[in-house]
Design a protein. Structure first.
Length: 151
C-alpha cells in the first residue's frame, strides 16, 4: 500500500514533553501527511489502542500505522507495553519502533526478543532527529509493504 495519498497515523509514547515536541517538529520536515497522537506512558498506549479510558467513544480515533515507543516511562514502561501489544493478534502487526536514549545492548536484545520492529537510540541533535524521522518514514511508508488493516 502506498502512503503517498493517505494520512499516516503515528502513535508516540514518551513521558518527556520536550522529547515529544522535538519529534513533532522533526516530523514536520517529512514530506508525508502525518497525524500524530501522543501519550505519556504505556498504560495510555493501551488505552488508545483499545479505545478505553480517555479514548472511549472518541469519534476521531485512528488505528496507528506505526508506534514510536520510549522504554522508560511511568506506570507501564515501554518493555511491558511492547510485550502486551505483540501478544495481541489484533495489534501485533502494527510496527513498533523503540525510540529511546538507551544504548544498552541488553535493552536492544530484549526489545527485539519481545517483537520490536526497530530500535533507535535518539540522536543528540535536532538535525540528526530530522534525518532519523525522514529515513524512518521513508522506510515504513514508502519502501516496505505492510499488511492491510482489515486482516
Amino acid at each position: 500500500m502506498s502512503y503517498k495519498n493517505k494520512k499516516i497515523t503515528i502513535l508516540m509514547a514518551n513521558d518527556d514533553e520536550d522529547a515529544r515536541f522535538m519529534v513533532l517538529e522533526a516530523l514536520r520536515e517529512v514530506r508525508l501527511t502525518i497525524r500524530i497522537e501522543c501519550v505519556e506512558n504505556g498504560e495510555q498506549v493501551l488505552d488508545y489502542l483499545y479505545c478505553r479510558g480517555g479514548y472511549a467513544g472518541v469519534s476521531n480515533w485512528y488505528r496507528p500505522d506505526l508506534i514510536l515507543l520510549d522504554l522508560n516511562m511511568p506506570r507501564l514502561d515501554g518493555r511491558e507495553a511492547l510485550t502486551l501489544i505483540k501478544s495481541d493478534p489484533d495489534l501485533q502487526q502494527i510496527p513498533i519502533v523503540i525510540m529511546t536514549t538507551s544504548h544498552s545492548s541488553g535493552d536492544i536484545l530484549l526489545c527485539y526478543r519481545l517483537g520490536a520492529n526497530s530500535f533507535i537510540s535518539k540522536p543528540v541533535t535536532f538535525e540528526g532527529l530530522v534525518e532519523v524521522m525522514k529515513t524512518l518514514c521513508q522506510y515504513w511508508f514508502e519502501i516496505v509493504s505492510l499488511p492491510p488493516e482489515d486482516l
